[in-house]
Design a protein around this ligand. Structure first.
Ligand SMILES: N[C@@H](CCC(=O)N[C@@H](CS)C(=O)NCC(=O)O)C(=O)O
Length: 357
């Protein structure tokens, strides 16, 4: 049977030892390995003759690809030879050999890859595409732009944020696993995604999103699980209406001018600013009075089941209730309290309790 061999030479703008490490150190491999858009959540590597490696890659669509092999020759920082075998997919069962040589060229490093033993030209071409894309990623990683290590959906944000909680609740409602990376607003990982540094932001494979409304809509539409938007255009528009009202009016009165005044006091002597709190309370009362007949006998802002609008508002009402005047403010509004209790009883609400101090 004819054996097909792939040869690629690439110059990387980095010292030879660092480029060699990119193939032999777990953390370094995770910054570039795999085609563009793939992430590398798991790597084990034992770079010595007879030592083994295992690299798990996830595609943006969520498919898992695992390659394993054994090191045959390890001569840092000049040469590396290892076997290469896919654990699943079209190329399973065919062990091939990767030979890498590292040469210094004027302060840069030329890597020559010889990947031999393919049983078909198709397999050789598929690997040419994969390595070429991976080497593009390696160039970027060596220049400081590493790829994320988790492919699965990841919410970045402070778990105390009501908006972060809404995004997390959407995942729990859908029954889809997600990772929470706790980062404060305006921290580098958040700033890398949100132009104004706010939380939450979402990373999902190659996709990044900012703004909770966009994140909630994506989670609902792109992921399996129960629908969090109603069935009719009019009801979907009503959900959008309450989402917009929450961003534009409820958050301002309930969070900015009430809850946050207690959580981050900015008044005289570092005390909560009473004047601001009073305006927040006055507006909240009007807002709850307006919502009271909207709920009527129903537990949901729209229709007969939970929607994204409820997920956005409930974490805010939760904080209002927890503040000194909150229960008193809500006391006259039996429907609002009953509707809030209905969302608060859901596993998505229970599973996303913020750390309270
Ligand atoms: N419109 C944004 C608002 C997000 C937002 O205001 N998040 C707060 C935490 S609940 C935040 O990041 N605050 C920091 C800041 O405003 O600088 C969204 O819906 O995602």
């Amino acid at each position: 049977m004819t054996s097909h061999t792939l040869t690629i030479a690439r110059v990387f703008d980095a010292p030879r030892a660092r480029v060699f490490d990119a193939f032999t150190k777990k953390e370094a491999i995770q910054t570039w390995f795999g085609p563009e858009g793939f992430t590398v959540p798991s790597v084990t590597v034992d770079p010595r003759p007879g030592g083994r490696y295992r690299i798990e890659m996830h595609s943006p669509e969520g498919s898992v690809h695992v390659v394993t092999g054994e090191f045959r020759e390890v001569r840092a920082p000049e040469k590396l030879v290892y076997s290469w075998a896919w654990q699943e997919g079209d190329h399973t069962g065919n062990e091939t050999t990767v030979t890498l040589t590292f040469a210094e060229v004027g302060g840069k490093t030329e890597v020559t890859l010889v990947h031999s033993g393919f049983t078909s030209e198709d397999a050789r071409l598929a690997h040419n595409k994969g390595w070429t894309s991976a080497f593009d990623g390696m160039g970027k990683a060596l220049a400081g732009a590493a790829k994320p290590t988790t492919a699965g959906p990841t919410i970045l944000g402070d778990p105390r944020s009501s908006y972060v909680r809404s995004a997390r609740m959407a995942f729990v409602e859908k029954g889809v696993a997600y990772t929470l990376e706790p980062h404060p607003p305006h921290s580098p990982p958040v700033d890398a995604i949100h132009p104004f540094g706010k939380v939450p932001v979402l990373r999902c494979g190659a996709l990044t999103l900012f703004e909770s409304s966009a994140i909630l809509r994506y989670v609902d539409e792109a992921l399996p699980g129960p629908k969090l938007m109603p069935d009719t255009p009019a009801d979907r528009a009503r959900v959008e209406q309450w989402i917009s009202a929450t961003h534009c009016y409820f958050y301002d009165a309930m969070v900015a001018r009430y809850v946050l005044q207690y959580v981050f006091p900015r008044g005289a002597d570092g005390k909560p600013d009473r004047a601001v709190i009073d305006t927040g309370i006055a507006d909240m009362k009007k807002q709850f009075a307006m919502l009271e007949p909207v709920y009527g006998g129903r537990d949901w802002l729209v229709g007969d089941r939970v929607s994204l609008a409820d997920l956005l508002l409930a974490p805010i009402v939760f904080y209002v209730q927890a503040m000194p005047e909150g229960k008193e403010v809500l006391a006259p509004f039996a429907n609002v309290r009953r509707a809030h209790a209905a969302v608060a009883a859901r596993p998505s609400f229970q599973a996303t309790m913020p750390p309270m101090s």
